[in-house]
Structures are given as C-alpha cells and as structure tokens.
Design a binder for this molecule. Structure first.
Ligand SMILES: Cc1cc2nc3c(=O)[nH]c(=O)nc-3n(C[C@H](O)[C@H](O)[C@H](O)COP(=O)(O)OP(=O)(O)OC[C@H]3O[C@@H](n4cnc5c(N)ncnc54)[C@H](O)[C@@H]3O)c2cc1C
Ligand code: FES
Length: 261
C-alpha cells in the first residue's frame, strides 16, 4: 500500500530555544521527499508509549538528508519530554513524511500571509523558505517574549509578531497584528490551535480570500487507520463515505472553506 516504514533516525543535534521549546535536527530518509506542511511521527525509544507523536517539519535539507523539528515539551513523563533528552549520537524512531503539506504554487504573484500560532509556528519556517510570491508577510503569534525562530523568519520575509501578554510585538493574536499594521493579503496559509484557525477562517471569509489551514488535532496511529483524528468536512471521505476527513491522511492542510472548525 506504499505505507511508510519506521526508520531509526540519527539525532544530529538538539538545542533548547526557549523554556520548554526544543529544536532537533535528525538524519532521515524522510527528508528526500518532504514538503512544507507535512509532519513526521516520532516514537519514543523505550516502547513505554506505543503511539507516535506527530511533529511538523520545520526545515528540510535534502542535500544533507536531514530534517528539523521544533517542539514543546507538554509535561513531565510525556513523549516530548523523552525527545528533549536526546542528543547527538542517539537515534529516534520516526515515520514520514506524512500528510499532504501546503499547496505552495498557488502563492505565485500574490500577497501572502504566513500565519503561525504557538506550536503551529515551526512549519511556517520551511514554508516561508520555499514560497515564491510577490509579498511574503509572516505573522507569528506567541504566548510571551520567547519568540523562537524570529531571526530565521526575518531572513525569509516581512515579520510581524503578536504575544498574548504583550511582551513582544502587538498584544493579542495574529489577527490583532494584521489589524494594527494594516496588512493585506490575497491568500493565507495558517497553522495553529483551533480557536486561532477559526478566527482566521472567519477573517478570510469576510475578506473573500483563499485560506489554507493546517490542523493540529489529537492523533493516534498517524497513518489513516484508526479514525482517531477525524474532522467534519464538505467532501465525502471515500473510505467511510461520510462527511469526515482524517487529518493525518487527508490533511493536516485543508481549504478553510472545506472544514468545520
Ligand atoms: C499534524 C500535527 C503537527 C504537529 N506539530 C507539532 C510541532 O511541530 N511541534 C509541537 O510541539 N507539537 C506539534 N504537534 C502537537 C504534538 O503532536 C503534541 O504536543 C504531542 O503529541 C504531545 O505528546 P506528549 O508526549 O508531549 O504528550 P502526552 O500527553 O504524553 O501524549 C499522549 C498522546 O496524545 C497525543 N497528543 C497529545 N496532544 C496532542 C496534540 N496536540 N496533537 C496530536 N496528538 C496529541 C500524543 O501523540 C500521544 O499519543 C502537532 C500535532 C499535529 C496533529
Ligand atoms: S490518527 Fe489514526 S486515522 Fe488519523
């Protein structure tokens, strides 16, 4: 069925970007075909946690055969905490690349918003690097002053920042930054928590512009087999014949008008 195999990826480096936020480069075959907006399933080494953790691809280096992920440790004894303890010389089981990724060609000649919120910020970096458009406006929303990846965004477009506590950039969310700076776009690419995507979808409808959203729902198998990640969509799933889509397989990127948020 062309299913992707699990692979033991070598950890090249791991770095702490901010409190609880880590960046890891791994050497993996998944880098060869990876696209912005796709993700990898990352497994823990000790087998105590059977299910993988879906983590977005933050950067792709095809020549060196490596991928970067940037992730938040969600708590003690979690899978993400185990990943944060890995370092050079360790290996980590991964499967990927998974999911559909962002349709980037649609941005040609257009004014674009690349919007990331919270842990939806990392996939925006590779998207920004590969995007060929008329005006690249990266709008990144954070909780607080720990605006990880900001310098790298600045090398790849115009950058606007929002923080929930107002400690950097505009106080509020990414749409507050858009309004404050009076920004405009013809197309939106967004990744972040559901309330943020819901607000962006409404904004895109109001402005009548095309909007792609990458959903970060809970997942289990990550390969389309368990239906643990379905969302309501307009299109019928040919698998189950209902108005549902599996985020891991049919997504995580959808046209905002196609999904119920
Ligand atoms: C497509 C996609 C891309 C993502 N990209 C990133 C990223 O780039 N960086 C990042 O920090 N986080 C990302 N997430 C969220 C990340 O998968 C969860 O934070 C992580 O799985 C939590 O695992 P844990 O071991 O820390 O927590 P635990 O509480 O131990 O997890 C328990 C189980 O619930 C699942 N789970 C818990 N929260 C989530 C969640 N929000 N989404 C999916 N599964 C969840 C776990 O995979 C695991 O199977 C992404 C999620 C999705 C669906
Ligand atoms: S996580 Fe199992 S079908 Fe999507």
């Amino acid at each position: 069925m062309g299913e992707k195999r699990k692979e033991n990826a070598a950890v090249i480096s791991q770095e702490k970007l901010a409190e609880g936020i880590y960046s890891m480069w791994i050497r993996t075959e998944a880098s060869k075909s990876a696209k912005p907006g796709q993700f990898i399933s990352v497994y823990t080494n000790d087998g105590s946690k059977l299910l993988p953790r879906p983590i977005s691809i933050c950067e792709i280096d095809k020549e060196e055969g490596k991928l970067r992920i940037v992730y938040r440790v969600t708590g003690r004894n979690t899978g993400t905490e185990q990943f944060s303890r890995l370092g050079e010389g360790d290996t980590v089981p991964v499967v990927g690349p998974l999911g559909n990724g962002f349709p980037i060609k649609e941005a040609r000649g257009k004014k674009v918003f690349l919007m990331g919120g919270g842990i939806g910020v990392p996939p925006i970096l590779e998207l920004a690097k590969q995007m060929d458009c008329e005006k690249k406006q990266i709008v990144a929303g954070y909780r607080d002053m720990h605006t990880f990846l900001r310098e790298e965004f600045e090398e790849n477009g115009e950058v606007y920042i929002s923080t929930e506590d107002g400690s950097a950039g505009v106080k509020g969310n990414v749409l507050d930054a858009v309004r404050m700076h009076e920004l405009e776009a013809d197309i939106i690419y967004a990744c972040g928590p559901t309330p943020m995507l819901r607000a962006i979808k409404a904004y895109a409808e109001e402005k009548n512009i095309v909007c792609y959203v990458s959903l970060e729902e809970r997942m289990a198998c990550g390969i389309g087999a368990c239906l643990g990640c379905v969302c309501k969509t307009k299109k019928k799933d040919h698998h189950s014949n209902v108005h549902n889509s599996r985020i891991c397989k049919d997504g995580p990127v959808f046209l905002a008008t196609e999904v119920e948020l």
